[in-house]
Write a protein that binds this ligand. Structure first.
Ligand code: 6PG
Length: 474
């Protein structure tokens, strides 16, 4: 019998996705550039389901029922284009190419248009959940046409994670919408991890606690509002001892965070869209700063390393918990703003409640409070910000005093907390009756005659700064 669907690219994500498909009863054709991997997969996991190994792309294509569905699981960028180029001549009108890598959404838009031109379907889909998720149920964010989803959706929904019986997979929107949403997911993942790292740093350096003690704190937090995969695994990592030295592993790991680029893309796109995603931006820059080892060394040598004297107090742990929660709400509010703005820009008509729904399980940022976000957008799809939803408004208001105390303590102690600090600045910025942007407009008008608007009547104005300083209509 022909295979139902195919996977090409059998590194860990691709293999696990193929196994997930097979385990769900789909006859799955598998292919890898070097066929040793294909053989290894079938030898090791052949008993899990129905695999059809293919040595070549031609064989892969020939093994499929029509219209064909082929999932590409290779590195984003040029390697993905190379596979598409090899594949397209082998396909027939109506066949579907699915890219499950972390592609840039603009590449996905370009590929979708090109394949549509050739009579083919192209679905760029975000897949989150790492190796574990790919195997046991990821969160899946497919873009592409509604027609594509009608054919592909049932398969993806079957292999996705489920929360309360609801699949963590929905048709996100046309062309690059799925990869855009996955990109923002990753950006939020960066912000979330940065905030967690700052919480750890404060408990460690201001609170004087050991990693093992902080692991216990996070374990406790994971049974409350902060319940999430990232908080859960923070307890695991902090509680782990390095077998070589007997020290906490976190004290042995080099403090230089790496990044593959999706966080940076999120910020670049946010800059284009004019959406302040300060939480994600601070997280990306904090990783960059950590990686500038030579500069860090030089500055420490010249200025001396900052000294932080632990100053634990009874409220620190609870205050940090509240600050983490409030800052996290801000980071998500910003990420959801960005998705809304992109939806408007590209005509995607994104259902933000549905995005929260499919992030409840399977993905890296899965968290209890995504249910609250889903409820918020289900109640009002046009929310001005997540921060104005009743639940989040009250939650952040309750956390506000603790949040401010934590920011003050971090600043006073000299522990960098860019995530907490900038999240609070954003919150205060949105709520300010007047912003000093008025002065910025005045300065722009002074040096460049860039004009300003007035609060009391319509129109654009310019002050003759270098003349008699009278105001003229611009
Ligand atoms: C996921 C992850 C996954 C990957 C990150 C890591 O959703 O499963 O986000 O896509 O692990 O891209 O990104 P960095 O290497 O940039 O931290």
């Amino acid at each position: 019998a022909p295979a139902r669907i195919a996977v090409t690219g059998l590194a860990v994500m691709g293999s696990n996705l193929a196994r997930n498909l097979a385990r769900h009863g789909f006859r799955v054709a598998v292919h890898n550039r070097s066929s040793a991997r294909t053989r290894a997969l079938v030898e090791e996991h052949g008993h899990e389901g129905d695999f059809v190994p293919a040595e070549t792309l031609e064989e892969l294509v020939a093994s499929l029922q029509t219209p064909r569905q082929i999932i590409i699981m290779v590195k984003a960028g040029a390697p993905t284009d190379a596979v598409i180029d090899d594949l397209v001549p082998l396909l027939e009108a109506g066949d579907m190419v699915i890219d499950g890598g972390n592609a840039h959404y603009a590449d996905t838009r370009r590929r979708e248009a090109a394949l549509r031109e050739a009579g083919l379907h192209f679905v760029g889909t975000g897949i989150s959940g790492g190796e574990e998720g790919a195997l046991n149920g990821p969160s899946i964010m497919p873009g592409g046409s509604a027609e594509s989803y009608a054919h592909l959706g049932p398969v993806l929904e079957a292999i996705s994670a489920k929360v309360d019986g609801v699949p963590c997979c929905v048709h996100v929107g046309p062309d690059g919408a799925g990869h855009f949403v996955k990109m923002v997911h990753n950006g939020i993942e960066y912000a979330d991890m940065q905030l967690i790292a700052e919480a750890y740093d404060l408990l460690h350096r201001v609170g004087g606690q050991t990693p093992a003690q902080i692991a216990e704190v996070f374990r406790g937090w994971n049974s409350g509002d902060l319940e999430s995969y990232l908080v859960e695994i923070t307890a695991e990592v902090l509680g782990h001892t390095d077998p070589e030295t007997g020290a906490a592993l976190v004290d042995v790991i080099a403090d230089e965070a790496e990044q593959k680029g999706t966080g940076r893309w999120t910020v670049q796109e946010a800059l284009e869209l004019g959406v302040p995603v300060t939480g994600i931006a601070e997280a990306v820059f904090a990783r960059s700063l950590s990686g500038r080892v030579d500069q860090r060394t030089a500055v420490r040598a010249a200025l001396g390393a900052s000294e932080v004297t632990p100053a634990p107090d009874d409220s620190l742990v609870e205050d940090v918990r509240q600050a983490l929660y409030a800052s996290k709400v801000v980071a998500y509010a910003q990420g959801f703003d960005q998705m809304r703005a992109a939806g408007a820009e590209y005509g995607w008509d994104l259902d933000l409640g549905a995005m929260a729904t499919i992030w409840r399980g399977g993905c890296i940022i899965r968290a209890r409070f995504l249910d609250r976000i889903r409820e918020a957008y289900d109640k009002d799809g046009d929310l001005a910000s997540l921060l104005v939803d009743d639940y989040f408004r009250d939650a952040v208001a309750n956390a506000e005093a603790a949040w401010r105390r934590v920011v003050v303590k971090a600043v006073a102690a000299g522990v960098p907390a860019p995530g907490f600090v900038s999240a609070l600045a954003y919150y205060d910025g949105l709520r300010s009756e007047r912003l000093p942007a008025s002065l910025i407009q005045g300065l722009r008008d002074f040096f460049g005659a860039h004009t300003y608007r007035r609060t009391d009547r319509p129109g654009s104005f310019h002050t003759r700064w270098s003349g008699d300083r009278s105001q003229v209509d611009a």
